[in-house]
Write a protein that binds this ligand. Structure first.
Ligand code: FES
Length: 190
């Protein structure tokens, strides 16, 4: 007995419809997964090629950041305070022109430039230079430092933290800005 072509093709057609549906479903699932993976992985990959989390990007390299012009520093050694501004970048975002700390710069009569991180090595408050007393004092627990950065009393565990300084041909003063662990006698970068 002959059977109609429609009846014999039905199982095969049904199988093909199911296979097509399964394939479409798989593609629909895989594509968003790939997009999602790329979204999450790309910033991570980029972070390896650019900078560590919240790393300042110095134009001179080696972490040096432009702070001021030489002529803004008194030539008699009186320290001046400056904010340190940097473009930061982590794995996800850029933070342009962000204040990351402050420093004191001074220029001696012989032209030598010195720099201290303004962060108190006791517990991390910001020290202030008192012109009249010619010393740095910390408003938090009364640490005091001489104008050359050495301790003036026994409260801080070490002297003020010195930072590397460079001057370029245009007269811009650059500082290699670093933070150091507070509360220890050793100067350890953090
Ligand atoms: S943080 Fe400066 S004296 Fe304590």
């Amino acid at each position: 007995m002959s059977h109609s072509p429609d009846q014999s093709d039905q199982p095969r057609r049904s199988f093909m419809v199911q296979a097509a549906a399964a394939g479409t479903g798989a593609i629909a699932g895989v594509v968003p997964a790939c997009i999602g993976a790329a979204y999450f992985l790309d910033p991570l990959l980029r972070s390896k090629a650019t900078a560590d989390s919240s790393t300042p990007v110095g134009e001179m390299g080696e972490g040096f950041l432009p702070i001021t012009k030489l002529e803004s520093l008194p030539s008699d050694g009186t320290p001046r305070a400056f904010k340190v501004i940097a473009d930061l970048q982590d794995a996800w975002n850029k933070f342009p022109q962000t204040e990351i700390g402050s420093v004191y710069l001074s220029r001696s009569e012989s032209g030598e430039i010195s720099c201290f991180n303004a962060r108190c090595p006791h517990l991390g408050c910001t020290v202030q230079y008192k012109d009249g007393d010619q010393k740095y004092v910390c408003p938090c627990h009364d640490s005091a430092f001489n104008v050359d950065g050495t301790r003036n009393n026994e409260i801080p565990p070490r002297d003020l933290d010195t930072l590397e300084v460079k001057k370029d041909d245009s007269g811009t003063v650059w500082v290699k800005f670093q933070k150091f662990r507070a509360g220890t006698s050793e100067k350890k970068p953090v």
